[in-house]
Design a protein around this ligand. Structure first.
Ligand code: ATP
Ligand code: MG
Length: 334
């Protein structure tokens, strides 16, 4: 084991990955893997917390997510990719942490609250879903991760994780767990193509890393602009204008986007021209990922073998943390 700072991030295998993942986290991971010791967790158990009756959905999406990682430039020789359900230490740490977190605290988590309302759970809320932030704290701390590159919906999870770290360490003769910090990207929350505040698999408003040329064209054509920008010569609004939000997130030439914004605001730049520019840049970004991904997804055996190797490495690391916590609590470790 080297002494590089440790990163843990992950994704729920609830569907193929989308542009929100790309700008919120994936793009950073591909860069960070060169300087950090990076673990990526395919969070199948967390995926099951709101898909308990459809486990095949989670199972089927594991290779999809793995193909997305490789397509986005995650290199398994630099990053350890592992599976949550293959790491029993994560479940055991979750069980230990559940005793030091109150029901009131889990109910207060704003992201979970929002998701519960969105999914319309009411009294059918699965217990596992309510407590998934505790399990996520187990994931992060089992790896002793200090840096977590995530979208901003995850900030409450990091806060809750650090509370658990503080409480658990205070119960141990010597601190075992590491505090962590979120690493937000420039676009920490990409809106959905429908204009919803977050692009999300569950909301069905995504553009996938595997999106076809046609899907990209349709998504951009249907995007909201400024509803009061009726004639090309009218001055237009860029606030809340999805086309500019996406240009900011994806266009490699920031000076060009700034120029377009100024032109649009003073009038004379049409929505069609802006959409053409956006479509061109998304087609260019997605095409090579789509092609690489199409090759990887044909070899599910290779993808799952990669996950097995990564999980075996992660098993060692996470078991060690569990052992240290148990020993610190005075539980017998056989
Ligand atoms: P689900 O709807 O099943 O929860 P999701 O689309 O929210 O799926 P997750 O697997 O929950 O995706 O999220 C994985 C990571 O990607 C997290 O770090 C999350 O913050 C980030 N992420 C997801 N969607 C976005 C987005 N629209 N903008 C920025 N980051 C995002
Ligand atoms: Mg999510």
């Amino acid at each position: 084991m080297n002494n590089k700072t440790i990163i843990l991030t992950g994704d729920r295998p609830t569907g193929p990955l989308h542009l929100g993942h790309y700008v919120g986290s994936l793009r950073q991971r591909a860069i960070l893997q060169h300087d950090y010791q990076q673990f990526i967790l395919v969070a199948d158990l967390q995926g099951l917390t709101d898909n308990g009756s459809t486990p095949q959905k989670i199972r089927d999406n594991i290779p999809e997510v793995l193909a997305d990682y490789l397509a986005a430039g995650i290199d398994p020789s630099l990053t350890t990719i592992c599976l949550q359900s293959a790491l029993p230490a994560l479940a055991e740490l979750t069980a230990l942490y559940m005793n030091i977190v109150t029901v009131a605290r889990v109910e207060r988590n704003p992201t979970v609250k929002n998701e519960i309302a969105q999914k319309g759970f009411a009294r059918s809320l699965p217990v596992g879903f309510l407590v998934y932030p505790i399990s996520q704290a187990a994931d992060i701390t089992a790896f002793k991760a200090e840096v977590v590159p995530v979208g901003d919906d995850q900030l409450p999870m990091i806060e809750q994780t650090n509370e658990i770290v503080h409480k658990m360490n205070s119960l141990l003769p010597v601190p075992v767990l590491s505090h962590c910090k979120a690493l937000l990207s420039e676009t920490s929350r990409l809106p959905g193509i429908d204009g919803n505040a977050k692009m999300s698999k569950s909301l069905g408003n995504t553009l996938l890393l595997s999106a076809s040329e046609k899907a990209i064209h349709h998504a951009v054509s249907a995007m909201y602009t400024d509803p009061n920008h009726l004639k090309v010569s009218d001055p237009g609004q860029i606030d809340g204008n999805m086309v500019f939000t996406y240009l900011d997130a994806f266009h490699p030439d920031k000076a060009k986007v700034a120029e377009m914004k100024a032109h649009y605001q003073r009038g004379g730049l049409g929505d069609r021209a802006c959409k053409n520019e956006l479509e061109m840049c998304l087609q260019e970004l997605i095409a090579p990922m789509r092609e690489r991904r199409a090759t990887y997804i044909q070899d599910k055996g290779m993808l799952m073998a990669m996950l097995k190797t990564g999980s075996e490495q992660a098993h060692e690391v996470t078991q060690q943390t569990l052992r240290e916590v148990k020993q610190g609590l005075g539980l017998p470790v056989f």
